[in-house]
Write a protein that binds this ligand. Structure first.
Ligand code: HEC
Ligand code: HEC
Length: 131
């Protein structure tokens, strides 16, 4: 009896370990996400206005695996100063125009196709991002 219990425990553990590999994507937050620093200078990020973009564009893979951690997770984009450069820079992943999946990089591209959105999506103060 004990052996069977141990065995089924083993099977359960194996299933639990295998799950992340075939994990479904987590549910999309229904309310706007409060990103780090949004209290001071920016609006929250709203998934509802970004449904045309695939999750993986923003939630890019980490070490070959799907990843939905917060941007500023320790060891990720956790250098918070606005002068920070390099892959860890939080400012850069929001504002680097050369990155296709930074907020501003994609907004600049979007505004090229839809010039009427230029001020809202690429402006600083008074834009949709920094109202
Ligand atoms: C245009 C970019 C973008 C797209 C597309 C996107 N997200 Fe997000 N998502 C974000 C941002 C930005 C945050 C807030 C991250 C932070 O707080 O650092 C976030 C947060 C989340 C969180 C909460 C993470 C946490 O720990 O608080 C989940 C879960 C999530 N997204 C799932 C999804 C799923 C599933 C999809 C696709 C259906 C998706 N997202 C599409 C940018 C995006
Ligand atoms: C890959 C493309 C892409 C990325 C990356 C992206 N956006 Fe957007 N964003 C869009 C598009 C497209 C729209 C909608 C334009 C329209 O109205 O048709 C939009 C609209 C917005 C708006 C105005 C609508 C609203 O929700 O109030 C805000 C604010 C915004 N984005 C914030 C962000 C932030 C913050 C990030 C980064 C965390 C981000 N976006 C990243 C494509 C992108």
């Amino acid at each position: 009896m004990k052996k069977i219990a141990m065995l089924s425990m083993g099977v359960l553990v194996a299933i639990a370990l295998a799950l992340p590999a075939i994990a479904a994507r987590p549910p999309v937050p229904t309310a706007p996400s409060k990103m780090a620093l949004t209290d001071k200078v920016a609006s929250d990020f709203d998934h509802a206005t970004h449904t045309s973009v695939d999750c993986a564009v923003c939630h890019h893979e980490v070490n070959g695996a799907e990843n939905f951690a917060k941007c500023s997770t320790a060891g990720c984009h956790d250098a918070m100063g606005s002068k920070e450069k390099g892959v860890n820079s939080y400012y850069r992943i929001i504002h680097d125009r050369k990155l296709e999946n930074s907020c501003l990089g994609c907004h600049v591209k979007t505004a090229k196709a839809k010039p009427e959105l230029r001020k809202a999506l690429t402006g600083c103060k008074g834009s949709s991002c920094h109202p």
